[in-house]
Design a protein around this ligand. Sequence first.
Ligand code: HEC
Ligand code: HEC
Length: 171
Amino acid sequence: MKLTTSGFTVWLAAGAMLAAAGVTHAQPETAGSLYQKECGTCHMAYPAEFLPSRSWQKLLTTLDEHFGENAELAPEDVQALQGYLEANAADSGDNRRGRKMLQGIDARQTPLRISLLPYFVRKHDEVPERMSIGNPEVKSMSRCDSCHTRAREGSFSEREVHIPGYRDWED
Ligand code: HEC
Ligand code: HEC
């Protein structure tokens, strides 16, 4: 979704929509809303804390060749997203969930997929293929929200997992 209006207008519109819907967010800031809007259409807007800053940087500078799609954005939007993603990245500040996601990732590596991180793979290795990539309602591990019912709110607790076509996930 390419928006040609100024970032300011976009923010006001998104803010007004959220306010009208009664949505409250932990971080109701400008760039957070822009992120949801620009990076949450083809797939959910992935939590910034699941990849390190250098990964977001690389993703934002290669949007014209984004996993086989063209996801290019206006330069001012890229800049705003960069600030937001870096401030909330796995390696920024005191981020416990982020630190976990980075387990086994060396500072010289720049992963572009959360779904290929060693921590992610380990957490999902009990999920059989027929329930995941072989499941017509899931197809890809990148579609977190098809199994994690509250993924869009940033919540990934095992208790909230529901795999489409199967009984609730139990350990
Ligand atoms: C035009 C559609 C489109 C838009 C817009 C888009 N993406 Fe994607 N993105 C994709 C596709 C397609 C994939 C690969 C999904 C798959 O393998 O199932 C993907 C995958 C990803 C992944 C890897 C997911 C994983 O497997 O861990 C990340 C991270 C990502 N996108 C970030 C972004 C960011 C950041 C933005 C906004 C700047 C964005 N995307 C906007 C289409 C899009
Ligand atoms: C096919 C369904 C499915 C998809 C798609 C999926 N997950 Fe999961 N996820 C699970 C299941 C099931 C578990 C619990 C595994 C267990 O019980 O050992 C889990 C566990 C997790 C955990 C650990 C939770 C905890 O409390 O320890 C995280 C974090 C997580 N997933 C994140 C993601 C993210 C991010 C994505 C998308 C990039 C994703 N998942 C995609 C099914 C899925």
